[in-house]
Design a protein around this ligand. Structure first.
Ligand code: ZN
Length: 194
């Protein structure tokens, strides 16, 4: 699974030939927070013995976890919240925002061969298009040291923060874009069950 996630191709090698197939994928997956299912639950206690949550999480390899851009914890929603009549944002507004962000990205990468979205950026392009300002760099440094993020997670944070900035119509990556992107690394080793 790592190769299609990283290179967007699948290589099949046989004795006499090697073929590359295009495999641009979007991976979406979900898992329980722990074997009993109540880790971080607002009302119930997790009954897993010490070390169990870490052991459970380690069933997904670190390198695979690193290649997933966004980790989000979905906490249980109470009946009152579900039944509440809330005005949520209309899908058409969200769609317009997403389309505008995609447009910005198409323009950004118009000179880069075969690249048309932030997700496809290589490390070289990341350095070119995702330079945070001085405060942003400080924030990243603290996050890397405290949370123990890998170099690959660092790249993910930069990419996701570029997209958050695009969705807000911001040309520069601001510190709040970075801190939002850092929050989307909740499964990184030290941040979950650690
Ligand atoms: Zn548990």
């Amino acid at each position: 699974m790592r190769q299609p996630l990283e290179d967007r191709t699948i290589t099949i090698s046989r004795a006499k030939f090697t073929v590359d197939y295009p495999a641009s994928t979007m991976l979406i997956s979900s898992m329980n927070p722990c074997p009993c299912g109540f880790y971080n639950h607002p009302d119930k206690d997790c009954l897993c013995p010490p070390g169990m949550v870490q052991k459970y999480l380690s069933r997904i390899s670190g390198p695979l976890l690193d290649r997933i851009d966004i980790h989000i914890e979905v906490t249980p929603v109470s009946f009152d919240k579900i039944s509440e009549e809330r005005l949520s944002e209309k899908s058409e507004n969200i769609r317009a925002r997403v389309e505008a962000a995609r447009e910005v990205q198409s323009k950004r990468f118009s000179d880069e061969d075969g690249i048309h979205s932030n997700a496809m950026m290589s490390s070289r392009l990341l350095r070119k298009y995702c330079q945070p300002n001085e405060d942003g760099m400080k924030l990243l440094k603290v996050a890397m040291e405290k949370v123990g993020l890998s170099a690959r997670a660092y790249d993910r944070i930069l990419k996701v923060s570029r997209t958050i900035a695009d969705l807000e119509g911001s040309e520069t990556i601001e510190t709040d874009h970075l801190s939002e992107a850092i929050q989307y690394r909740s499964l990184d080793r030290d941040g979950w069950g650690g």
